[in-house]
Design a protein. Structure first.
Length: 348
């Protein structure tokens, strides 16, 4: 399929190798050293989050496994808790267990934000509590700052670490009055993604105190992540920080305009009704198979990728999909998106 326009940050023409290399050539100068971009990236992320140290990883999966292993070893506890739809549990083949022998406690309702009461129901001593900002698989919803403070405070009071799965913390911050350092300050450690909203190629950064980051560096090497020539990944991520970070509130405003248009005629509806971040879900009266077939036909006919995949629903006649607004989504007007969604049944 020749994708010319995309509503998803995970696909589309801006990710073409030629475009990435063209932009990279503009940034890298004759004075750029092999370790310069990585060092600059680590220092920049640490500064943005208000943390003493930060460490580059080639993937977020590795970064979070490493830090959970560190929290477990430092406390001699090998269980952690998080939302039932935590990325660690749903999307990573339970690497925390297969590689590190850690146990996961899914807490709370899978379709709602977790609460302190949910955490209190866990009776096994925990190494860490993991909170994802925003909670992607329920539409990018956000807990309040007060709830975050209560939950991270509860974790520390029980001897557990508070860890933020902040893959999209750049987007999440637009839903708060709090600054990035204020949000990150609620947690002992924070992981951030270098692609998604930043439109990098791959990679992640883990931020925290000096001792934790030094210990995580040991596990990075053990897991094969201490790559010498990481500078292209870091340099591309720095481009995304320069170009996309200042536009996150613009992306959120466009997401809200898209949701308003989608909700207008009653054919589809969004969760949340008013997006809290540049990410939200669209629910349509079609089966998962019908929606995916319609989207594939739409792509072949128009070159438009409306979504990555459809999510099933307990009602087999309904499904949902994710919209993640970045620079590419700004090419679509709210009315156009609403009409594309309304026209899906005709493309099955």
């Amino acid at each position: 399929m020749d994708i010319r326009r995309s509503l998803s940050n995970h696909s589309g023409p801006r990710r073409s190798p030629h475009e990435v290399l063209r932009r990279l050539a503009e940034r890298v100068t004759p004075d750029t050293t092999a370790d310069g971009p990585v060092r600059e990236l680590e220092e920049r992320v640490a500064g943005l989050l208000g943390k003493p140290r930060a460490l580059f990883f080639p993937s977020g999966t590795m970064a979070q496994q490493a830090v959970l292993r560190v929290h477990a070893e430092r406390r001699n506890r090998y269980a952690f808790a998080g939302h039932p739809q935590s990325h660690l549990h749903v999307w990573e083949n339970q690497g925390y267990s297969a590689v590190h022998g850690l146990r996961f406690h899914p807490v709370g309702d899978r379709n709602a934000l977790l609460t302190t009461a949910d955490l209190e129901a866990v009776k096994e001593p925990l190494a860490a509590v993991v909170i994802e900002l925003p909670q992607r698989d329920i539409g990018g919803q956000l807990p309040t700052v007060d709830d975050l403070a209560e939950q991270t405070g509860w974790a520390r009071s029980t001897g557990a670490a508070a860890h933020c799965d902040g893959a999209r913390i750049w987007e999440a911050q637009t839903g708060y009055d709090a600054t990035l350092p204020e949000l990150a300050g609620l947690f002992d450690t924070v992981y951030v993604s270098l692609y998604k909203g930043l439109e990098g190629v791959r990679g992640a950064v883990l931020a925290g105190d000096d001792e934790t980051i030094e210990h995580a560096a040991v596990w990075r090497r053990r897991l094969g992540g201490a790559i010498v020539d990481a500078w292209p990944l870091a340099a591309i991520a720095l481009m995304g920080m320069d170009e996309n970070l200042p536009r996150m509130r613009e992306f959120k405003a466009h997401a809200q305009a898209l949701a308003e248009a989608i909700n207008e005629d009653g054919f589809a509806h969004t969760t949340p009704a008013v997006p809290q971040t540049p990410l939200f879900h669209v629910h349509v009266p079609m089966s998962q198979q019908q929606a995916q077939q319609a989207a594939q036909n739409l792509g072949q006919e128009t070159g438009i990728k409306l979504f990555l995949y459809a999510r099933s629903n307990p009602d087999p006649g309904r499904c949902s999909f994710e919209v993640s607004v970045g620079i590419n989504a700004l090419e679509f007007t709210p009315r156009e998106v609403a009409e594309l969604i309304r026209g899906l049944p005709s493309r099955v």
